[in-house]
Design a binder for this molecule. Structure first.
Ligand code: FMN
Length: 366
């Protein structure tokens, strides 16, 4: 066993859509405008965050009444920072891989290789209808995403790239300039069998909804076993809604207030829509397949990861998620600027101490 584990990485959700990350009338001190977001990105990079993840949304959905486009918004955040990596969300369909590959390669040059992509596969049928996108079956959406990712990587790394796919076709395409190293990393979101199978073949990173360490471990074991058979390496990012406060009670009280002030009709509407995603996958194992209505108050089951409590408890729980196989924690907050700073100042240093103590134990045991 290695006496040194990689430091777990931290990302935050970019609030480029309005309304916050919980479907609740509790006060959420956040902003979807560029000034708020530039400052937030600067706070994040000064306080130990590695990545920011933007969202792609074309229509309002359960609170997200205004939505800024993810790739251009990501570029603005990269232009306002120096070390933060920004992950631009991309939805196959509205984007085709020729445009996405070129757009991201250019941003990669403009930002010294700090841009990555999150290829999302879609769950919001009403949104597809609104913008005239064909609605594919669950597993077909992943077949398309996989071809999309193969095309991106092929265009970025090969000359005379040729692909005769079911969704995309390229013939002797030599895109120039190629991205500079490091190549943009390719993330994906989703937890169904199709999502995990895709991760085990083509993605650099697999993002999943919040969950307990036990449930995360099951997904990780499945993906890593398959990835190994495919000769592929994939890393794991886990979503969490963090409520870090000086006392456990204070943090729990915030969660209780979020739930008490939840908007039941909007949560039910969201619950009905997400049946189009993981629940509709043939095996019924995807994101939201087992979510309760309380879980769904946070769009990506972020309460389930239980990063709610004092900085000490949260740091310990992050180590448990790391033990379960997480390489990155993706964080959402109620009051973004102030809580990203608090998390970076108070929680991340404790995580680094626990990681260092763990490494010393491993050395001693060798
Ligand atoms: C971390 C994360 C980020 C996501 N971001 C977006 C997004 O910006 N836009 C979107 O339409 N879907 C987004 N999704 C949804 C996924 O692409 C996918 O449609 C959904 O998780 C259902 O997948 P499943 O059926 O494989 O579980 C995201 C999912 C995760 C886990």
């Amino acid at each position: 066993m290695s006496s040194h584990s990689d430091a777990i990485k931290f990302a935050y959700w970019v609030p480029n859509v309005s309304g916050g990350l919980v479907i609740s009338n509790i006060e959420q001190r956040t902003g979807w405008d560029i000034d708020y977001n530039r400052k937030l990105a600067q706070i994040a990079e000064a306080n130990g965050f590695d990545y920011a993840l933007s969202q792609i949304r074309f229509t309002a959905g359960y609170g997200a009444d205004n939505q800024h486009e993810s790739v251009s918004f990501s570029h603005a955040l990269l232009a306002a920072t120096t070390t933060l990596k920004v992950i631009a969300a991309i939805l196959p369909g509205p984007w085709n891989p020729a445009l996405a590959a070129k757009q991201i390669a250019t941003i990669n040059h403009l930002t010294n290789g700090r841009v990555s992509v999150n290829v999302v596969s879609g769950w919001f049928r009403g949104e597809f209808a609104a913008i005239g996108e064909l609605w594919l079956d669950h597993d077909e959406r992943y077949r398309r995403s996989e071809e999309f990712i193969r095309a991106l990587r092929g265009i970025w790394t090969e000359d005379s790239f040729t692909l005769k796919g079911d969704f995309y076709r390229f013939t002797n395409y030599s895109m120039k300039p190629k991205p500079i190293e490091p190549l943009p990393e390719i993330f994906q979101g989703g937890s169904s069998r199709a999502a995990r199978d895709m991760a085990s073949r083509v993605s650099d990173w697999y993002f999943t909804n919040g969950n307990t360490p036990e449930e995360i471990r099951k997904q990780v074991d499945d993906i890593r076993t398959k990835a190994k058979a495919n000769g592929h390496k994939v890393r794991i990012g886990v979503n969490a809604f963090a409520i870090a406060r000086e006392s456990e009670q204070e943090a729990r009280a915030v969660l209780d207030e979020i739930i008490a002030k939840a908007n039941p009709e909007a949560v039910q509407g969201f619950a009905d829509q997400v049946k189009n995603a993981g629940k509709a996958s043939p095996e019924g194992e995807g994101n939201w397949a087992k979510s309760s209505l309380e879980d769904l108050v946070q769009y990506n089951d972020g309460f389930r990861s239980n990063l709610i409590g004092t900085p000490e408890h949260i740091a310990e729980r992050i180590l448990k998620l790391k033990d379960a196989g997480a390489d990155l924690i993706l964080l959402g907050f109620l009051h973004f600027q102030e809580e990203v700073e608090f998390f970076g100042k108070r929680v991340i240093p404790l995580v680094r101490e626990l990681e260092a103590a763990r490494d010393r134990e491993l050395v001693a045991a060798e």
